[in-house]
Design a protein around this ligand. Sequence first.
Ligand code: TXA
Ligand code: MG
Length: 348
Amino acid sequence: MQTIIRKVDENCIDEKIMKEAGALLKAGALVAFPTETVYGLGANALDEKAAAKIYAAKGRPSDNPLIVHIADMESLKLITEEIPEAAYQLADKFWPGPLTMVLKKSDAVPYGTTGGLDTVAVRMPSHPIALEMIRYGGGYIAAPSANTSGRPSPTLASHVLDDMNGIIPMILDGGAVGIGIESTIVDLTEGVPTILRPGFITKEMLEEVVGEVQIDKGLSADSKTPPKAPGMKYRHYAPKADLMIVEGAREAVIEKINALVQENESKGVCTGIIGTEETISRYPSGIVKSMGTRRDELSISSHLYSILREFDESDAEIIYSESFSEGAMGSAIMNRLLKAAGHKIMKV
Ligand code: TXA
Ligand code: MG
């Protein structure tokens, strides 16, 4: 199969291209598209056969459910069994945007989309290209991140091409995404709303709207119970090199990383470093990459996955990363980085 890449300007969307993408989706084919979080791999969510193609293209385990993307509130009614008041309140505040809500599914949603679950995850993205494509594609688009399972989520169309070339018919290239890590997932199907995956929308932001919110206990590394979002149990985003996070006061971290690099280089081990604009000049050797600036959290979150992909192209055998736990998005960024590191963290 030949993969066609169509460049789309989000400020001036070419409706001809959208129609083309919509026709593919309606015919049961896959189209990759930008959202404000990461690139998604879309298929008609109400067509079990189309959803099955997503699992095949990604090599995704079949028990890992898909998020259904919609473009308006009316669409929520068809795919859910009941909509609690909290869902309306959260939608009012955060949709369109990087929030996914888990609700009871209706019969309209096939089990092939929900991984056999009686619940459905729903999101209304804010990216104009995503919204337009959903409308042209029939209104209900199942879309996981558009990476091969186990690779970092794509934040550029070129990342999608690296993983999906020859496997899907079309990629809509809308440039770099803004947030760079996947949406916050909140489960509204039982009692207290529960965060199943941290993201740009924080616990505090949710609590301002609906009161008490809890975090799924299964998310912590030492938990005995598995995470409630099936996808969170997999070791995602694993870079080829060994990744270790070094945490502590800035000067101590710089000193420790430089010492580790020296030690590795004396043994001939090629070493990578993940720092920031504020620190990269302090690392005299090793393959040094900047995540962004600590003055702007989005510059950090939006570069995380592309840096992991860049290291996969390099000769680095081991990577040391600074820690990024401070700030509103700290828990979301560290959730991804810790997974990539297999939870290896060194405190200095
Ligand atoms: O930002 C995002 O959410 C991106 C863009 C493309 O919208 N999508 C995304 O999808 O991250 P994916 O498939 O990579 O992650 C979906 C996560 C998985 O961890 C999955 O297990 C969980 O959502 N999930 C989906 N449906 C669920 C359900 N009914 N109950 C619990 N978890 C669910
Ligand atoms: Mg994913």
